[in-house]
Ligand binder design. Structure first.
Ligand SMILES: [Zn+2]
Length: 291
């Protein structure tokens, strides 16, 4: 009675040892703030894959034949530069287990410093402004808690406006000679009234006026990946709405904490702040969910 299950366990172990899996990633060189596309290539289909990296769940999804699995993730702008293991588990079709761990090196990025002036109301906010910021923080927290566990994006991400992005992701910023912050996004020059488009398909999880962000849109692209757009003069979408890649989100402006009209775009994965300009430069696969 006992011998049979033992034999099955041994056979499964032997079967899993015979299977090969290869993990690759793009970009090959991952620095602070890099978005990362992981590609797991198997020699036979798997029924599901789970993974963790940087203490977060990495949402792998299959290509059509389930031998290739993808996940979009990334390293925070302030991630300590060292190596972090990604642990991948799963089950092959037929029941054999899959387990692999690989070290992923994150290197230091060369961020710039910049000095700028903004209105005093944003440096020393009034009690009313502080209450507004608390409401904004609660709204953002709700929005970021609502990601679906499948990719809503498909293919490479597209620029939100025609103008070329400034190279200012990760800038150490000195406001009015004192307050220091990090620029957790990319800015695009945009005259007021410029049409702003969705980087990729997804669901609008926030579309409202906020104190620092001004008129703001947040899109859930699935598996904890969000794009955030700020300082609109006018919003053209509502929370809950599904949007397609390239869809009009609103008109750019200068609302919130700005030094002048522009479009600010942030990118978040699992709470990590990633470089939107780097994501725009990546060639990404079509996902199974064609939209
Ligand atoms: Zn900005």
């Amino acid at each position: 009675m006992l011998r049979f299950p033992l034999l099955v366990v041994l056979l499964l172990f032997a079967a899993s040892a015979l299977h090969a899996q290869t993990l690759t990633w793009q970009p090959q060189h991952i620095e602070q703030g890099s978005p990362v596309l992981f590609t797991l290539t198997l020699d036979r289909p798997a029924t599901h894959i789970t993974a963790t990296w940087l203490g977060k769940e990495v949402g792998f999804f299959p290509a059509n034949d389930r031998r290739i699995w993808y996940a979009l993730a990334g390293a925070d702008v302030e991630q300590e530069p060292t190596s972090y293991p990604i642990s991948i588990g799963g089950i092959y079709a037929g029941g054999a287990p899959l387990n692999t761990t690989q070290e992923i090196q994150i290197t230091a990025a060369n961020f710039h410093s910049s000095t700028l002036s903004v209105a005093k109301a944003f440096i020393a906010p009034s009690p009313a402004a502080q209450r507004q910021m608390e409401r904004d923080a609660a709204a953002k927290k709700r929005a970021f808690a609502s990601s679906v566990s499948q990719p809503l994006w498909s293919g490479s991400f597209a620029a939100p406006v025609a103008s070329r992005v400034f190279d200012n992701f990760g800038d150490n910023r000195i406001f009015n000679g004192k307050k220091v912050s990090i620029h957790r996004g990319s800015d695009f020059p945009a005259r007021p009234g410029t049409a702003v488009h969705a980087l990729n398909s997804g669901r609008v999880v926030l579309a409202r006026r906020m104190f620092l962000e001004g008129n703001c849109v947040i899109i859930d692209h699935g598996n904890q990946l969000f794009s955030i757009y700020m300082h609109f003069s006018r919003l053209q979408v509502k929370a809950g709405e599904m949007v397609k890649k390239g869809q009009l989100l609103g008109l750019s402006g200068a609302t919130g904490r700005v030094t002048g009209p522009h479009l600010h775009v942030s990118l978040r994965w699992g709470g990590e702040n990633l470089n939107p300009a780097a994501l725009l430069a990546m060639k990404l696969p079509e996902t199974r969910e064609e939209r």
